[in-house]
Design a binder for this molecule. Sequence first.
Ligand SMILES: [Fe+2]
Length: 462
Amino acid sequence: MSQKNGKIILIVDDDDVFRNALSMTLTHEGFETTQASNGKVARDVLGVKEVHAVISDINMPVTGGIELLHYARKMKPELPFILMTGFAELKETQEAHEIGARGFLPKPFKREELMSILRECLDPPKAEPAREENQDLLYCKLSIDEFVSGHEIKYDIFVRLSEKKYVKVAHQGEDIPVDRINSYKEKNIRYLHMRREDFKRYMGFNLTLLPLVSAKKAISPEKKRNFLKHTSDVLMEHLHLAGVDEEGFQAARVVVESTTSLLAEPDEMMSVLEMLNTHSDHLYAHGLGVSTYSVMIAKKIGWKAPATLSKVAMGGLLHDIGKKEIPREVLMKPRRDMSAEEVQLYETHALRGMEILGQVATVPSDILQIVMQHHENCLGLGFPMRLTKQHIHPMARLVSVANEVCNRVLKGPSCMNLSPMEALQRMFSMQREKFDPQFLEALMNIFNVPVPDLKSEERKIA
Ligand SMILES: [Fe+2]
């Protein structure tokens, strides 16, 4: 048993057995404890007794932990308040962070976790603490849809409270019931997080599985689509946050090969495109969308060689990778709302993308050209080089059509909520000179949009 340290901890929990066990642990570590079976009793204790920290449960009868936290912040703003959280209490955890809870302990916790959080709260370092640094680069987000009922989760799961604070809400090995997942969805929680080092392993696992899933006849097309969507989401997140290296590029190859093989079934095209609008992050969905449309166009005009289709698909998937270096707040704005400086910054993404991919030795130059030129247009009014049609790489001309359709159809800052047919009609009637007609018309044919015979129209007018 440790020597007494003179600190008194108030333990608030309606579970007598748990409360007593926690009290014994703390006593063993040299603390004195006092106990309360709910928030109301705890308020009474705080009124008459000096304590140095509170460790409280969230859900308790009469008065819960959040209400108690409100009271404690008002009456004793400096008192360290630690909440015991669970995977069931994500919303409350976020709320508690905003109110000012000092620490969080995911139940069940180990003695070391308890002691570490108590030390942090009772004895905060004088200098700027390391954990106050931006934590976003240490974690990766995962769509809530990936947490399947009854499955043992393979990694610790965190909730993001702010860029400086992530809190563990579930331990590796726990099962998560489906009703809990559904309740999060109802509360609009879209993402949970895992540590970046776990994420890399998780991504590797998915990428190994993807070609097997795509090839297996027994797996339904819907399940294949969902898995493709998820894996591409995970990959794009990784490439945007960690950068593109040889490993990342090869991972992208696995994703586009599976996309291309899935699109071998014509009925799948529309389903894949519909699915893209259910992505939570439009930036990632856009890459897969442009890749999908690009492959459709390429196949329609008779580009059959797998290496060609692969380049088109890869160029489509990665065309906007340069945006990883542009602040999100700029990317979230429609172009018409950007300032002149923001437009200038935004327009650097094509060149940045080429530089990022150019550092990976195995990226073919055709893909670099797609990335560099996907905003050029046939009239010579695009960026960054203002190239005219004959100087733009054919694959870039193709991807620029796919890019424009996606901007009009898929969720995003410039989305017009159009169907692909409406988008193509407008592109043809208002902007056709910007695009290479063979690619625009190929896509119109795919969607059964009639291509007006302009020459005979002109003859009629004459
Ligand atoms: Fe772009």
